[in-house]
Design a protein around this ligand. Structure first.
Ligand SMILES: C[S@@+](CC[C@H](N)C(=O)[O-])C[C@H]1O[C@@H](n2cnc3c(N)ncnc32)[C@H](O)[C@@H]1O
Length: 321
């Protein structure tokens, strides 16, 4: 018998949906799907698959306890969780059946590794993702906010005659997860992406997803640099990977307190005049982070909100990138 899985099933009240999608990967659960029954789209079902060997009863109980407080701000009790053991084949079938081609913005398409490009999305820039082990399948609002902001930046540069899309830009992706944001930047024309994540699984996933998209090694027939390089670590590792030359564009989709703690490192990662896209914060957390950014000498150009999540677009000085 192959490896087994625990399938977690829970009704997901609308108020808790975002917190659950956020919290589960932080607790080590990355294979998460939300099901919207077509006959009752207001009823959401949260599904997650956990490797059986890593999640004995005690660990699963701890997980339930860690999720419990998520309902408190809304005066809700966490709905009961149902656990069901599944064999490997059942898992891969049920997991994969929840993934669809996912158009983002006007130009991008996040495509599960095993699917062909659907005809209706034929003109889009495809980012192939194996949503195996790391955060970043494009379904989380914070990831979408970043991808949409990347697209908007590409459009602005085109409209102001600064090249096609993100052409020529050197990008730093801090907290890369599956690598999805760096891959989107490359699809939109960026020259190179240096990526880092403290989670070794994320480093591996980013490397694998880069290879899946043909962006993990030198471009065929070309002599230029490898488009996407990745290291395990945080800002320090990323600065090293950038070889002492700060990037034109910084992507950072991590929790607000983590961004706050990483702020002093941004000067080494983002060149003067470059653009930073910071996400992963709740709308309520934006004003405090904006204040701290201003104090640290960053200009907050834009705040974009989606559901309860926010993205801040920052710059050191007007008018370069
Ligand atoms: C919300 S996920 C974002 C993943 C992906 N960039 C996306 O937008 O979908 C945050 C990622 O940041 C990583 N992370 C958390 N703290 C970090 C830190 N201090 N330095 C680098 N990465 C960190 C986590 O391991 C996780 O993969």
């Amino acid at each position: 018998m192959g490896l087994g899985w625990w399938r977690l099933e829970m009704a997901a009240p609308a108020e808790l949906e975002e917190s659950l999608l956020w919290k589960l990967p932080l607790l080590g659960v990355s294979r998460v799907a939300l099901q919207h029954p077509p006959e009752a789209p207001e009823r959401r079902l949260l599904l997650a698959w956990l490797p059986e060997s890593d999640w004995p009863a005690r660990e699963r109980e701890q997980l339930e306890r860690a999720l419990g407080p998520l309902g408190e701000p809304f005066g809700l009790a966490l709905p009961p969780i149902r656990w069901q053991r599944q064999d490997d084949e059942d898992w891969s079938l049920s997991w994969k059946s929840h993934w669809r081609a996912d158009p983002v913005g006007q130009r991008l398409l996040v495509l599960p590794a095993w699917l062909a490009v659907p005809e209706e999305h034929a003109g889009r820039l495809v980012i192939r993702i194996d949503p195996g082990s790391a955060f970043g399948t494009g379904s989380h609002p914070t990831t979408r906010l970043c991808m949409e902001a990347l697209e908007a930046l590409a459009e602005e540069r085109e409209a102001t005659g600064r090249g096609t899309g993100l052409q020529g830009l050197r990008v730093a992706d801090l907290g890369c997860g599956s690598g999805i944001l760096g891959l989107a930047a490359l699809r939109l024309g960026a020259a190179t992406v240096a990526a880092a994540d403290i989670d070794p699984l994320a480093e591996r996933a980013t490397r694998e997803n880069a290879a899946l998209n043909g962006l993990g090694g030198p471009v065929e027939g070309g002599e230029g640099p490898t488009p996407l390089t990745v290291r395990q670590g945080s800002a320090e590792a990323l600065a090293e990977l950038l070889g002492g030359q700060a990037a034109d564009l910084l992507l950072c989709n991590i929790l607000a307190p983590v961004i706050e703690a990483l702020l002093p490192c941004f000067v080494r990662l983002l060149a003067p005049g470059g653009v930073g896209l910071l996400s992963g914060l709740l709308v309520d957390q934006a004003p405090a982070l904006e204040r701290d950014l201003n104090v640290a000498g960053w200009q907050v150009e834009q705040r974009i909100e989606q559901d309860r999540w926010a993205l801040l677009r920052i710059r050191t000085a007007p008018d370069v990138a």
